[in-house]
Design a protein around this ligand. Structure first.
Ligand code: SF4
Length: 213
């Protein structure tokens, strides 16, 4: 399915429930919080259309059941994970206020992983902004990023990464991560780039190397 780029946000009539592709307790494998146990919820619905997307089954929200906010919060609390990570799909398709508030009330840090194509609703302790060339973030979302994660699949992505880095705050941490299918070629290139641009860091999908779901 090729998603429509100009599709309106999927903000539900009620925030009591959200379409969920999956939720699971695992390790955060990427970026600044690598290695931290984390409960993930993958909200359904994405209109970005990355050609290399490894969760294309998340794109169509209508094929995924809605889960109540309360059931998600109860599940997250039961794991005793220190962090809840809201991802997608593209989570800014949804109103995240009730979910973020519920998770905070349960005592978890609440992190958001987003391409930033829609307005960010809710309160977050950490926002990972992962811009995609296929559909750029809203300008207002760059300033809210705690970490910028660029997926490198080719040489042009390095120049684009530096362009994107100029849009975030000085405190934002910068990460380059290889597209998984091209990792053998791209990680040596990322390491070379880091030597030339030492304000960047490398992000490795450690959970995949460890075989952790
Ligand atoms: S933004 Fe994420 S979920 Fe959406 S197409 Fe791109 S990689 Fe897939």
């Amino acid at each position: 399915m090729i998603p429509s780029k100009d599709a309106a946000p999927l903000m539900p009539a009620t925030t009591d429930a959200l379409p969920v592709m999956e939720s699971f307790f695992t390790l955060q494998g990427e970026g600044a919080w690598t290695g931290t146990p984390a409960w993930f919820v993958r909200l359904a619905g994405c209109h970005v259309g990355c050609t290399w997307c490894d969760v294309k089954e998340s794109w169509d929200a209508s094929v995924h059941p809605e889960r109540t906010i309360q059931s998600l919060v109860d599940e997250a609390r039961a794991t005793r994970a220190p962090i809840a990570v809201i991802t997608g799909g593209e989570p800014t398709r949804h109103d995240l206020r009730a979910l973020s508030e519920g998770l905070h009330s349960a005592g978890l840090r609440v992190h958001l992983e987003t391409a930033g194509t829609g307005p960010i609703t809710g309160h977050f302790d950490w926002i990972t902004l992962s811009p995609k060339k296929f559909l750029l973030p809203l300008g207002e979302n760059y300033a809210r990023a705690d970490e910028l994660k660029i997926i490198a699949a080719n040489e042009h992505d390095f120049r684009w990464a530096n362009e994107q880095a100029r849009l975030v705050s000085p405190a934002c941490r910068l990460y380059l991560q290889a597209e998984w299918e091209k990792r053998e070629r791209m990680y040596p290139r990322i390491i070379t780039f880091l030597r030339e641009h030492p304000h960047w860091c490398i992000s490795v999908q450690t959970h995949k190397y460890l075989g952790v779901d």
